[in-house]
Design a binder for this molecule. Sequence first.
Ligand code: SF4
Length: 334
Amino acid sequence: MFNQFIQKYNLPKYRISQLYTQYYKNLISSWDELSTWPKDLRESLKKEIPFSNITFISSTESQTKDSIKVLFKTPKNNYIESVLIKEKDRNTVCVSCMSGCPVGCIFCASGQMGLNESLTSNQIIDQILYFARYLKGNGERVSNIVYMGMGEPLLNLENVPRSILTITDKDKLAFSKRRVTLSTSGYVQNLRIFLGKKLGVKLAVSLHAPNQKLRDMLMPNVSKKNSLVELFKILDKYTKDTNKRVTYEYVLLRDINDSVASAKELSKLLKHRLALVNLINYNENECLPFKKSKRTILFQKILQENGITCTVRKSYGEDIKGACGQLAVAQWER
Ligand code: SF4
């Protein structure tokens, strides 16, 4: 974000360090607070670099006060959303990497919008900084970041890795790589390129089906061109090379992918793999025909009986339309 400015003004190291410290670590809320810089330099910065590349529109807090969803607008007038999930031991920010999503999973509200715009790395970072400043007011910090908001991170291969470098740079946001998770729907070739960058962040895969046929139905755009066989080839290599576990997300849709047979098939698929299954209760949306499963506990039990580590994702903010993309869709349709 600052490279051109730094070059143009030939800034010495100590000025760059002052800027990064104030902006990324002290979390100033406007350029006027960059008091360690002389006024003329600060004024130039103010004229040339927007303090944020996205505009806050609204925020909604869940009744249980454990999640806050924020709607932002980009300069191209597209909406994006980010969520802060508060738990006892962590504050996780879920960022979007696109407005809308081109993957078009048939159960997902973001998927129905199609792609409006891919975000720049600065726009991704701005979502994190927004919540970091918000939490600072309560003496708290963002502890974890997940790329699980709107969009497919591996279809924004220029800006997502760039944003990860800023997040994990010790002079900038300085997050441990273990506290950053990228979630993909499974674009094999792009996953290969991403893993080749060796950014060291954790990996999650939106699986949502235990076999090719059902995945083709639920996630046609990605599934038909990226078979489960090819996907697992690269994931198996990843776990072998890194000894890191992959998280598999599985949204339970009533009478679609939540049968006992599906649970057994999923168990078989993951049995000898370093895997954690994260079951997700579906947040129903009036625009889509899918229903929340009634078999979550049974599904989890079957996986566990088959030796698969399995958690059920705590459902955050159903009352704030907390499922993927729904808040932005509501705004979009106004
Ligand atoms: S579930 Fe994720 S990948 Fe699929 S359409 Fe929604 S945002 Fe895109």
